[in-house]
Design a binder for this molecule. Structure first.
Ligand code: FCB
Length: 449
């Protein structure tokens, strides 16, 4: 049976290195109209023909809203130290100014169950499911949304306090702001550079406004945010500028304001007419110290500058790719983490909050032989180890995802789970990748006794 090997002498063998699995609310919960939840921008977006593959939506998803107890038991059985989940904003604040106790209770049950089974909980407050009633007032284009987020963060953290072990304000603001408000391929489907940059500034402001509130209400928890990064590589030597621009737009734009208190100059120079309105004091709010940075890594970009002076992604032919078409490139994870350490003197400890591979998996005789995913995790665990050896402080690693789920604009066609979900019967089946994770964790626990 498959089992991941952890390199010896690694920080990863110590019992305080956190191994976990991750999910998000809209991708797994379903129960869209239950428990007092109101629609989010994703319910609305999914209803627009052509926006999501196969016309899929998250109305039922993995039915985790009803199956949460058995799902948490399954997570515990994997032997992980922690579960990373997100809270659906519109379950907690279904209408402006209204708090829904049933929503709070739903998450409280999950959190208590995780703790009872010996696991920590990492909670993301915003994993892209903005309440629709806020979108109707402009969503992230409206500065007011940042203040609404701070209120929501206050409600959650007042209720849970230190019971949530690790809070994260945002998941991948680059995706929610740019895919949602700049390129129009995620909810709410808005297109425009100006809109994208404005949404991004308000999203970052939301993060900054929430930080002191979280610290006050949960002084013993850790607080930070989660970003995604696809490191860029030049197609040829002349493409260095393309590399810089690509990384600046896709992740420095979101990490620099937090860790350096400024937006990267190269982006400001490139889009002088599209820059957001930044009020005095905004950058100080956004750059409040964080306890950790969550990094999501899947793949890299190879880039070049085309004849119109625009950055283009190069499609590589002869490389290994996953079902979703993303190149398998573990070295990128090491390079990314080492580069982050070089770029930010004050880089806090890192959690790899997501890493994983999409497959087209099916169950045969009760087994799912997801060999590619097993190799993917093995090589990326090694890449994490290499970054640690190179001096980066990494305190944990979360597999994306616990189970197959609603993969946004790709619908259910892309399966990222280490557990297979049969959407007709809601049967869960551990894939080889889950069994290998389990076996590795059993071995690590034995070694740490
Ligand atoms: C990340 C998201 C996560 C999932 C994975 C595949 O960008 O945070 O929800 O969609 O990609």
């Amino acid at each position: 049976m498959a089992k991941y090997e952890l390199p010896i002498n690694s920080r990863m063998l110590k019992s305080d290195f956190v191994f976990g699995v991750a999910t998000s609310s809209y991708q797994i919960e379903g129960g869209a109209e239950e428990g007092g939840r109101t629609p989010s921008i994703w319910d609305t977006f999914c209803a627009v023909p052509g926006k999501v593959d196969n016309g899929d939506n998250g109305a039922v998803a993995c039915d985790h809203y009803h199956l949460w107890k058995q799902d948490v038991a399954m997570i515990a059985e994997l032997g992980v130290d922690a579960y990373r989940l997100s809270i659906a904003w519109s379950r907690i604040v279904p209408r402006d100014g209204e708090v829904n106790p049933e929503g709070l209770k739903f998450y409280e049950n999950i959190i208590d169950e995780c703790h009872a089974l010996g696991m920590k909980v990492y909670v993301t407050l915003y994993h892209w499911d903005l309440p629709q009633y806020l979108e109707e007032k402009g969503g992230w284009l409206n500065r007011e949304t940042a203040y609404k987020f701070a209120q929501y963060a206050d409600i959650v953290s007042q209720h849970f306090g230190d019971k949530i072990d690790v809070y994260s304000t945002l998941n991948e603001p680059a995706v929610s702001a740019f895919l949602g408000y700049r390129f129009g391929i995620h909810a709410p489907g808005i297109k425009g550079n100006k809109e994208g940059f404005l949404a991004s500034h308000h999203t970052m402001l939301a993060h900054g406004l929430a930080m002191p509130i979280l610290r006050k209400n949960a002084p013993n928890s850790m607080h930070g945010l989660v970003v995604n990064a696809w490191p860029a590589y030049a197609e040829s030597e002349k493409d260095q500028f393309a590399v810089e621009l690509s990384e600046a737009e896709s992740y420095h734009w979101f990490v620099d304001p937090v860790l350096k208190g400024e937006y990267p100059a190269i982006v400001k120079e490139r889009y002088p007419y599209d820059m957001p309105m930044i009020l005095e004091g905004d950058m100080a709010i956004i750059s409040a110290p964080i306890d950790y940075l969550g990094v999501n890594y899947y793949s890299r970009n190879v880039v070049r500058l085309n004849e119109h002076n625009v950055v283009e992604k190069v499609v590589l032919e002869d490389v290994e790719k996953t079902h979703i078409g993303w190149e398998v490139y573990p070295q990128g994870l090491t390079d990314l983490l080492v580069a982050m350490k070089q770029r930010y003197d004050n880089l806090p400890p890192i959690y790899i909050t997501e890493n994983g591979a999409a497959g087209d998996d099916s169950v045969t005789d009760g087994e799912v032989n997801d060999t590619q995913r097993v190799n993917y995790f093995q090589t990326h665990l090694k890449a994490t180890h290499d970054a640690i050896e190179a001096g980066v402080q990494i305190d944990g690693y979360f597999a994306w995802s616990l189970m197959d789920n609603f993969e946004w604009a790709f619908g259910y066609e892309q399966r990222f789970g280490i557990v297979h979900v049969d959407y007709t019967t809601q049967t869960r089946t551990l894939k080889q990748s889950a069994k290998a994770y389990q076996a590795m964790l059993v071995e690590r626990a034995a070694g740490n006794k």
